[in-house]
Design a binder for this molecule. Structure first.
Ligand code: IPM
Ligand code: MN
Length: 378
């Protein structure tokens, strides 16, 4: 029976490996609910998904956006082609159809900030040879409601030699300011939570204890680049104790590889943030370890959406090869957002300890899930 005080979650496994990593998340949530008497109830929805599309000709019901509003949070596995690739009944849809629900939720629920932390946990694959890469600990905050993703434009004279395609980008002062202010607030919060070792490291290196780095491409795209730069300077003046930096997105890609340990909070437009967070995921051990959330930091009226950075990986789907860690770290972010700080931390630590204990060994989705569950209570 639903109690007034219950927190309601929608589990949306989606497609491909989304299903198996959601199984892991559900098992973990059951253990945490029991251990901490969490007032959580959830429904496992079979939409959005390509299976739903196969049945009804759309990825989710027409009133999906309204229906999800009864929940406090949405936890999603992955969207995209359902796997495995070898399945003769695989129902392949174009990306613009199968991934659309993601963008519909982000925009329709006004989830204007996407947070993607990238921290290299001990035991995670380290792709960079420099030992300082072990210190990677950044938070990329991506604009999630406008910019390059507004999908405005069109194709003139389609299919003819005179075809013209236009793709409009929209950047508002309001959207820019709230994003940048959120980045500074997060930097402040991270500074307060940072352990003594990290503080010491920053002092030794002469780094500001916290920093926000703005990303633009203002040398080639000056209109929004200048808007971002001006707003960044205005907001930064309210946070004199936080260091600032500005990188053009191409140089930022280079520095993410050359000296990623120097980044703290990174704030970027929708598209730049999308690209940089795949790179940041590799810095933290790969997409199998990269969590993500879509939130509205100003309001909890509508549900926030939690989904790992990875996609549905049809090449490995259904084989038990998917790493559920990204999904479990995403689940931890959701618990924290819902105010369940202790179980969120316990889950994060269980994932980290399990990873460390495995010492780089290849394990199945089930083995990793069992390892994490074992560490939730010990
Ligand atoms: C992501 C994805 C999406 C994006 C796609 C699936 C539309 O790459 O969440 O990073 O570009 O935002
Ligand atoms: Mn992406």
């Amino acid at each position: 029976m639903t109690e007034q005080s219950d927190i309601r979650i929608a589990l949306m496994p989606g497609d491909g490996i989304g299903v198996e990593v959601m199984d892991a998340a559900e098992m973990v949530l059951e253990v945490l609910r029991e251990t901490y008497s969490l007032p959580l109830i959830w429904d496992r929805l079979d939409w959005p998904s390509t299976a739903w599309h196969k049945e009804y000709g759309e990825m989710m019901p027409a009133n999906a956006l309204r229906r999800v509003c009864v929940y406090d949070a949405l936890l999603m596995g992955a969207l995209g082609d359902p796997g495995p690739v070898s399945d003769p009944n695989r129902y392949k849809l174009s990306d613009s159809i199968s991934l659309e629900p993601l963008l519909t939720f982000r925009k329709g629920l006004d989830l204007w900030a996407c947070e993607r932390p990238a921290r290299l946990l001990p035991g995670a694959p380290r792709y960079l040879a420099d030992p300082r890469a072990a210190d990677v600990d950044m938070l990329v905050i991506r604009e999630n409601s406008e910019g390059e993703y507004v999908n405005q434009g069109g194709r003139l004279n389609k299919g003819t030699p005179y075809e013209v395609a236009t793709q409009l980008e929209v950047f508002t002062r309001r959207g820019t300011e709230r994003l940048i202010r959120h980045a500074f607030l997060r930097a402040e919060q991270r500074m307060a939570q940072r352990d003594a070792a990290r503080q010491f490291y920053c002092e030794e290196k002469g780094h500001a204890p916290a920093q926000v780095c703005l990303i633009t491409k203002r040398n080639a795209q000056p209109t929004w680049g200048e808007l971002y730069t001006e707003v960044f300077a205005e907001v930064a003046s309210e946070f004199p104790h936080i260091g600032v930096a500005h990188q053009l997105v191409d140089a930022a890609c280079m520095k993410f590889v050359q000296n990623p340990w120097e980044f703290d909070v990174v704030v970027a437009s929708n598209l730049h943030g999308d690209i940089l967070t795949d790179l940041a995921a590799v810095l933290s051990g790969g997409l199998g370890l990269a969590p993500s959330c879509n939130i509205n930091p100003d309001s909890r009226e509508l549900p926030a959406l939690f989904e790992p950075t990875h996609g549905s990986a049809p090449d490995i789907a259904g084989q038990g090869k998917a790493n559920p860690a990204a999904m479990l770290l995403t689940t931890s972010m959701m618990l924290e957002w819902l105010g369940f700080n202790e179980p969120a931390e316990v889950l994060r630590n269980a994932v980290a300890r399990d990873l460390h204990a495995a010492g780089g060994q290849q394990r199945s989705c089930q083995a990793i899930t069992a390892g994490v569950i074992e560490r939730l209570n010990s």
